[in-house]
Design a protein around this ligand. Structure first.
Ligand SMILES: NC(=O)c1ccc[n+]([C@@H]2O[C@H](COP(=O)([O-])OP(=O)(O)OC[C@H]3O[C@@H](n4cnc5c(N)ncnc54)[C@H](OP(=O)(O)O)[C@@H]3O)[C@@H](O)[C@H]2O)c1
Length: 218
């Protein structure tokens, strides 16, 4: 199958790219700067609408069985409630984590429609859940909650066309974002997510799950 993964230059996206490539799939990784190594790389700045149009033009006519919206930023870690969380940080984070996800899906809808039973996986976070609210990280939490909301509504709109949409928490993963003290490796996260995406279909479209298959409360 043909799989496209956004933000595949490093971290979880890179591990997903490598896992799908090892399995013999046609993998397209999007990146801002192509990393070393083999594979098909396409430039994509997810916050830039023109970059999405360019990608759509380059992929015109290519059926896409799986789209993984993985690119994301966590820029407000450690910000203070008193005086932190500036408006510019809200805007830049939402441009990547929310608008970026929507524009990616919108740009590649023709490719998904050209495949049989296509699937869309949105990498959100358990921090999107309204039931896990310990405070802090307001921007990241709100952006991931919005990405979850997008996924739920897209699942409803795309169900009649046979396109399933799932929203996932990848685990707390050792990456630049997750840090060295995180719980699991990128390999463990990627293997779990690949198994989850394989189970995504009409019966569970709109799901919100962890990498190891636990349902999360919205
Ligand atoms: N790590 C965790 O514990 C954890 C937990 C929950 C959820 N997540 C989610 O999992 C996803 C991947 O996280 P990660 O830990 O692998 O993060 P990471 O190591 O920081 O990698 C982030 C990826 O997103 C790309 N990216 C960021 N901004 C972009 C933009 N404007 N346009 C295009 N690509 C952009 C980066 O590309 P560049 O190399 O060009 O910067 C990189 O490939 C994110 O959505 C994150 O929120 C991670």
């Amino acid at each position: 199958m043909t799989v496209l993964i956004t933000g595949a230059s490093r971290g979880i996206g890179r591990a997903l790219f490598d896992t799908y490539a090892r399995q013999g799939n046609d993998v397209v990784g999007t990146c801002r700067n192509a990393p070393p190594g083999a594979g098909r790389w396409e430039p994509l700045e997810v916050a830039d609408p023109a970059s999405h149009s360019d990608l759509a033009r380059r992929l015109d006519g290519v059926p896409l069985e799986l789209l993984v919206c993985n690119a994301g930023i966590y820029a407000d870690k450690g910000q203070s409630l008193d005086g932190g969380f500036p408006a510019a940080l809200w805007a830049s984070t939402f441009a990547v984590n929310v608008t970026g996800v929507f524009l990616t899906i919108q740009a590649l809808l023709p490719n998904l429609r050209a495949a049989q039973n296509a699937r869309i996986a949105i990498i959100s976070s358990q921090m999107a859940s309204q039931t896990q609210a310990p405070g802090g990280s307001y921007i990241y939490r709100a952006s991931k909650a919005a990405a979850l909301n997008l996924g739920r509504n897209l699942a409803a709109d795309l169900r009649p066309e046979g396109i399933a949409v799932g929203v996932y928490h990848p685990g707390w993963v050792v990456t630049d974002m997750g840090g060295q003290g995180a719980d699991i490796s990128v390999t463990e996260a990627a293997e779990g997510l690949v198994a989850r995406f394989a189970e995504l279909g009409p019966d569970n479209t709109g799901c919100f799950e962890t990498w190891d298959g636990r349902a999360l409360a919205f």
